[in-house]
Design a binder for this molecule. Structure first.
Ligand code: ADP
Ligand code: MG
Length: 698
């Protein structure tokens, strides 16, 4: 018997050949199939007698096949199938390219319905490549009315998906609805099985809209319930209380070579207030590139060390770990703290435990003892679960004040501060980071100048090079980022795929390096940075660049996150149209940090490739403006990687709607209060657990 949980390869109706294509769409079971939603609908509701059809309209006609035959087109030698359809009022021709099998399905005298666009040819009106369906066979899912069109994927057509979905849709009646009935009533949301029917095969636009709203509501509700659950789980733990030492704090602020921005002051105050409490902090520090997040973290680390505890700082790459290390040393220089750097290439030994240890994620997790860890700072990694925090401390922490053996004592875990430069709009932050409190650095240091961004077409390349030469001669430095190499779609993430990718990147960087150093700028000092270099080599090159012993650094996207070279004032991005807005923005953030006026030069590969994205880059001043453009251009999914938080494209749409998110959020809060374990809402609880395990397995 076929159920919702039956795997697609075990369903006789599903042709084995399309199984891989379905899997590429993430469809593994019949349930997945029903929850694979159309991207749009063809409107074929304009049904007309043949004699009334006019050129240019999209129309549906019903009639009988009088004649059908397949020939070949004159120049491209494609199969061209021609049919004549007749009703009581007249005849019309239909043409299809490359579908010779239609002759078998649509034999003369078959009653058919065709939907498509009518055009005027030399011998009268014809329908070009219309959707077709035999009347009385199947249930009228391909023609007439609103016909679902699914997101494209090679190897499986919307026609196949319509057929499969309509075959198994009756099973949806067995699904229990996770949304409580009163909630559905209050917000006018259709029941699950009706919503499923309406999203695939609607009778009206209103039905699809209501169905979509229902699915968004459900999904956002689940995401927020999950966040609330995490929040309350965290409350089960206690954390070391880090008192704020006001005088010391004043000393720290006074020792900095610059004045803190108001946003930085506020963020520091929010963090210090949090870590003074006996419960673990869970906070996201969000600030555009260059907004000065590191010094905020350093302030918290300083207070932590004064209280006799340790701080661990995790960076995504070795270069960044080293940079954080240097910044921490610089700003905390006067306070006699021991600061350690731990990467695979170096280990600073010390006779006493470090106050602050900086390193990459993996190393800190594996090798280091933290007898008194109280604060974890994570740069650009976003998430860090309660388990991971507990794992870091459980084995080593000895500062639990509760008497030993008391099973009810709350276990101690460190405070947590996550830092990100991704400009996440508040609505989105509330949703996907609902378990985190938010501190926003929405203000740049006063000294920072606006970066001038220019799109340079291939024909004007030489002028751009002349400009670079002038800037560098005047004391500036430039980054050159090579085009992104797209991963082979057939072997995503596989080790071989990764290796090949690195090979290709190295090749691209080497070519660019040779071009620049031999032909364009033979008298400038140029080096390259790529994934094949050893950490030590990378470090040396970065240091030479930082010390202004190099003029130009050619690299892959490894410089993407965080490197601080104040004297660099030109960012050149080759093949700029290949990068997403978020990445372009990160690149641009590498310059504009020092005294010099900075420039960002975007080279599209070809003339025609000046995309809306590139124009948005040239116009937007900061990440938040860019995030707005991004929402307009590509829909919300693109910049913020909503997919990784389990938010589908359809719900990502809802993230533009603050009110809607607030509504769902209020419902989630009310529900979590009234029934914290969801014991009285079993279907909802089951959905939540399902999503949590699915997310966990990824
Ligand atoms: P990000 O937020 O991108 O991580 P950083 O913390 O690396 O930014 O800071 C970028 C640079 O700006 C550093 O050199 C830092 O010392 C400097 N900086 C931080 N805060 C200020 C400020 N208020 N005024 C001037 N410069 C600052
Ligand atoms: Mg940073």
């Amino acid at each position: 018997m076929i159920t919702l949980e039956t795997r697609i390869e075990d369903v006789p109706k599903i042709n084995k050949r399309i199984v891989p294509a379905l899997k590429r769409l993430g469809i593994r079971t019949i349930r997945d199939l029903l929850f694979h939603f159309p991207a749009r609908y063809d409107n074929f509701s304009n049904v007309k007698p043949i004699s009334d059809v006019v050129a240019g309209e999209t129309v549906t006609v019903e009639g009988v096949i009088k004649k059908i035959s397949t020939g070949r087109t004159a120049h491209k030698r494609m199969a061209l199938t021609e049919a004549i359809i007749e009703d009581e009022t007249g005849r019309i021709k239909a043409l299809w390219f490359n579908q010779p099998f239609l002759e078998r399905n649509l034999k003369p005298d078959t009653a058919v319905r065709l939907s498509g666009k009518a055009s005027l040819g030399t011998s009268g009106l014809f329908l070009s490549g219309p959707a077709h369906e035999r009347i009385g066979v199947g249930n009228g899912i391909h023609t007439g009315g609103l016909v679902p069109v699914y997101p494209e994927t090679a190897g499986i057509s919307s026609r196949w998906l319509r057929f499969l979905v309509s075959s198994f849709l009756p099973l949806a009646a067995k699904l229990s609805d996770p949304l409580p009935q009163d909630m559905r009533k209050n917000h006018k949301l259709p029941e699950l099985h009706k919503a499923l029917r309406d999203i695939h095969f609607p009778d009206t636009r209103e039905e699809t809209t209501a169905a979509r709203k229902r699915f968004m509501f459900e999904e956002l509700l689940l995401v927020q319930l999950h966040a609330l659950k995490e929040r309350s789980r965290l409350k089960q733990h206690s954390a070391p209380e880090i008192r704020t030492h006001i005088e010391a704090m004043k000393g720290f602020v006074g020792s900095l070579p610059f004045a803190l921005t108001d946003a930085q002051r506020k963020a520091i105050w929010e963090i210090l207030t949090d870590i003074a409490k006996p419960n673990p902090m869970n906070r996201l520090l969000e600030g555009d590139v260059g907004s000065g997040k590191t010094v905020v973290a350093a302030a918290a680390a300083y207070m932590t060390s004064l209280a006799g505890y340790q701080t661990a700082v995790m960076a995504p790459t070795e270069i960044l770990a080293r940079q954080h290390f240097e910044t921490f040393q610089k700003v905390l220089n006067a306070f006699n703290l021991s600061i350690g750097l731990l990467t695979s290439s170096e280990k600073h030994a010390s006779s006493r435990p470090f106050d602050i240890v900086i390193g990459t994620h993996a190393l800190i997790q594996k090798n280091v003892l933290f007898p008194k860890l109280a604060l974890i700072v994570v740069d650009e990694q976003h998430r860090f679960g309660v388990e991971q925090r507990a794992a870091l401390t459980a084995k080593h922490t000895v500062h639990n004040k509760e008497p030993a053996g008391n099973k009810n004592s709350k276990s101690m875990i460190p405070h947590f501060l996550s830092m990100t430069a991704t400009p996440i709009p508040r609505t989105l932050a509330l949703t996907i980071y609902g378990d985190l409190d938010l501190s926003l650095l929405d203000e740049m240091p006063k000294s920072r100048k606006k970066i001038i961004t220019q799109i340079v077409k291939p024909g004007d390349r030489h002028e751009a090079y002349a400009f670079m030469k002038k800037q560098i001669t005047a004391g500036g430095q430039a980054f050159v980022v090579c085009p992104k190499i797209d991963q082979d779609a057939n072997q995503p993430q596989s080790r071989i795929g990764q290796q090949q990718l690195i090979q290709q990147e190295v090749k691209a960087v080497t070519q660019e390096y040779e071009k620049l150093s031999r032909e364009i700028f033979p008298d400038l000092r140029i080096a390259m940075l790529h994934g094949k270099l050893k950490p030590k080599e990378k470090k040396e090159i970065m240091e030479r660049f930082q010390n202004q012993e190099l003029d130009i650094l050619v690299s892959t996207s490894v410089i993407e996150v965080g490197v601080d070279v104040p004297n660099a004032n030109i960012m050149v991005i080759e093949g700029a149209e290949r990068f997403g807005l978020a990445q372009l923005h990160q690149f641009r953030g590498r310059v504009g940090r020092g005294e010099l006026q900075s420039y960002c030069i975007l080279f599209p590969t070809q003339d025609g490739m000046v995309t809306r994205r590139l124009r948005a880059m040239a116009r937007a001043k900061n990440g938040f403006e860019l995030a707005e453009y991004d929402l307009q251009i590509r829909g919300p999914g693109s910049m913020f990687g909503t997919a990784q938080w389990g938010i589908s494209e359809i719900s990502a749409e809802a993230l533009r709607d603050v009110k809607f998110i607030q509504t769902v959020r209020n419902e989630a809060i009310a529900l979590a209060k009234q029934d914290p374990t969801l014991a009285q809402h079993q279907p909802l609880r089951a959905r939540l657990e399902h999503l949590e395990t699915a997310a966990h397995l990824e």
